[in-house]
Design a protein. Sequence first.
Length: 157
Amino acid sequence: MSKKKASLKKNASLPAVVAALRQVVADSYAVLGQTHLCHWNVRGPSFFSLHTAFEAQYTELFTAIDEIAERIRALGYLAPGGLQNLAKMAGMPEIAEDAGAKEMVTHLITLNENLVKDLGKARDISGNEGDDQTQDLMIARIQVHEKTIWMLRSYLG
């Protein structure tokens, strides 16, 4: 059996906790990438505040993704990678480079809400499996993203 087929077979039989964490990594990378894009391209009267906020968000996400991927490894499985693979797994829409500031904020709210849903699934699965460490990690991540959503919504008024 080729390495690719063996890898696909193994991925099809992943424990539910690991599959949920892999989805969270992909989703988180999508949010990170879109937040970074918004950081680079935001303009207008809110440039400085949004530029700074977006940078804080994607910087925090980068560290969090590493922690989640390392949790997957601690469970004995491989973390997903590759931009094309992660984007396909996440399936999140991308924003145009020339989007306005309000459109960027609205877009990032939606992406963070999608991520919170998958974090909730991973929290529930890990809780049902008795994996307290993963459940705690997912609860902490939900709190971060709920705060991010609140802050982004506050910008919109």
